[in-house]
Design a protein around this ligand. Structure first.
Ligand code: F6P
Length: 535
């Protein structure tokens, strides 16, 4: 469905009219008029509570948004995903990461073929491989037990596992270090390797394609390091790999027992549930990973079965659409108030912006608006950084506060949550000039806050493998629903291709063998680099 059709839908025009009305209704007034507003606009699902009462919405707003979701056949799109249809239209692929966390005996098929036997077989291999490494049954070439894991990957083969491993740090085995290398800047891998014992190191090469240049460059550095320190024959003992490109993995010299397949129906940014989670499994143990899968599965069931009105991913998606399309909000701030969730914004940047940062709908029609700019950072730190703009800047930026009720000690949790809740209150209430007291008249405009700035608060009982799985799946499905409404293909990422292609073309120019760049800026930059290189 094209955007032109979208904006002509009666549900759309009704929302546009309603947005004019809501523009004049401050949230303060909505709270005053509706004492049970928190009860009316919050929902609990297992260990997750979502408070969306601090939004510019009424019951009517939600009814109109739900009508839009129905007009865009969100239910049909959702069913198509779970049925393994090729909803990634531009790549002609199914999108079935939900199969990776299907722990039931339900069949999930692509092209009539149940993928679950393969998924279960890989899970069983991940379990036995990780147990062998962790127990010392599988050792390095010299017989030393593995004590260091280094994940080499980038994008979804890096951000998801790194976020999850960090969030589950309390579950990591203290005698097993875990590092993540993604940057082709040699500095990063050198920094990691200098403190490691090669004889006790296992590299996990995570790459769906096994062709990504950054990952392959780092994989070859690691391979040379192992060969240089332990000899060529040591390579099979010190590498594992996850990929769809099993031929390239074999050519690299990885022991087939340490090679884990994935499938083209797993998108990179949804791959942490696949064998791409191996680094997490090695560090935390298979059972912790399985508990995370179970959490995600619970969110999948909810997303698949709950009526739209009660469906958390759908609700969050529609709130995002409300601001992006009807209030021209350019961004979404993701603000975890829990140190263990500090890498959530980085993971969600890929999940959201690589999915919905699109300029055309599936039929190629230019689209007016699509996914927001996602940014964020640890709540307390960010308060002393970009929160100024959230409170008083000219842009309307909806915020997601993500908090956990337990973690650390009680006193620090009190402080953390007081700050998180206070920020949501400040954004909502603001402070009028009349309410500014004890200051010179001339300073009142500076010390007042417009307020009426929306936020969602996602409350986890605690950061556990299960609640983490639910949280990530919540965002994945939210992004999917938004893509359905905008009519974009949320599962391709053509926008990253042009830069990759040009880099391949420019590399010879930087080394003095390629054609001259086509514009004076790029040519000037290349010449500047070549001069620094001493050419
Ligand atoms: O940047 C594009 C992308 O394809 C991402 O979608 C993906 O997560 C990343 O590159 C890494 O790809 P691979 O796992 O194939 O190395």
């Amino acid at each position: 469905m094209s955007t032109a059709t979208l904006t002509r839908l009666p549900a759309w025009t009704a929302l546009a009219d309603h947005a004019h009305v809501m523009a004049d209704r401050p949230m303060r007034a909505l709270f005053a008029a509706e004492p049970k507003r928190f009860d009316n606009f919050s929902r609990r699902l297992g260990p997750l509570l979502v408070d969306y009462s601090k939004h510019r919405i009424t019951a009517e707003t939600m009814t109109l948004l739900m009508a839009l979701a129905r007009a865009r056949d969100v239910e049909g799109g959702r069913a198509a995903m779970f049925a393994g249809q090729r909803i990634n239209v531009t790549e002609n692929r199914a999108v079935l990461h939900v199969a990776l966390r299907n722990l039931s005996d339900r069949a999930m098929a692509v092209d009539g073929q149940d993928v679950m036997p393969d998924v279960r077989a890989v899970r069983a291999r991940l379990k036995s491989f990780s147990e062998a490494v962790r127990s010392g049954a599988r050792r390095g070439a010299t017989g030393k037990p593995i004590r260091h894991i280094v994940n080499i990957g980038i994008g979804g083969s890096h951000l998801g596992p790194m976020f999850v491993a960090d969030a589950l740090k309390d579950h990591q085995r203290p005698d097993l270090s875990l590092d993540f290398v993604s940057n082709p800047d040699r500095t990063q891998i050198d920094d990691v390797l200098k403190s490691l014992d090669p004889a006790a190191t296992l590299f996990v090469i995570s790459s769906k394609t096994f062709t990504t240049v950054e990952t392959m460059a780092n994989a070859h550095v690691a391979q040379a390091w192992i060969k240089g320190t332990l000899g060529n024959a040591a390579v099979p003992h010190h590498f594992a790999a996850i990929s769809t490109n099993l031929k390239a993995v074999a050519a690299f010299g990885i022991d087939p027992d340490a090679v884990f397949p994935m499938w083209d129906w797993v998108g990179g940014r949804y791959s942490l549930w696949s064998a791409i989670g191996l680094s997490v499994i090695l560090a935390c143990g298979y059972d912790v990973f399985a508990a995370m899968l179970a959490g995600a599965e619970a969110m999948d069931r909810h997303f698949e079965q709950a009526p739209l009105e009660q469906n958390l991913p759908v609700i969050l998606a529609l709130l995002g659409i409300w601001y992006t399309d009807f209030f021209a909000a350019p961004a979404l701030a993701v603000l975890p108030y829990d140190h263990r969730l500090r890498l959530l914004p980085a993971h969600l940047q890929q999940v959201d912006m690589e999915s919905n940062g699109k300029g055309v709908t599936v039929d190629g029609t230019p689209i007016g608006r699509s996914g927001p700019i996602v940014f964020g950072g640890g709540g307390s730190d960010s308060q002393h950084s970009f929160f100024q703009l959230l409170h008083q800047g000219p842009h309307l930026i909806p915020c997601d506060f993500v908090v956990a009720l337990q973690g650390g000690d009680q006193a620090s949790r009190d402080l953390l949550l007081a700050n998180a809740f206070a920020q949501t209150e400040a954004l909502m209430r603001g402070r009028s000039q009349d309410e500014v007291t004890g200051t010179a008249e001339v300073l009142k405009p500076h010390r007042s806050f417009s307020g009426n700035r929306p936020s969602t608060t996602i409350v986890l009982d605690a950061v556990t493998p299960a609640s983490l799985g639910m949280l990530i799946a919540l965002y994945e499905h939210k992004v999917f629903v938004q893509g359905l409404i905008w009519g974009v293909d949320s599962f391709d990422q053509w926008g990253v291709e042009l830069g990759k292609e040009l880099a391949t073309g420019l590399l010879p120019a930087l080394r003095g063998t390629g054609a001259a760049p086509r514009d004076s800026s790029t040519a000037g930059l290349v010449a500047t680099y070549r001069a620094a290189r001493g050419d």
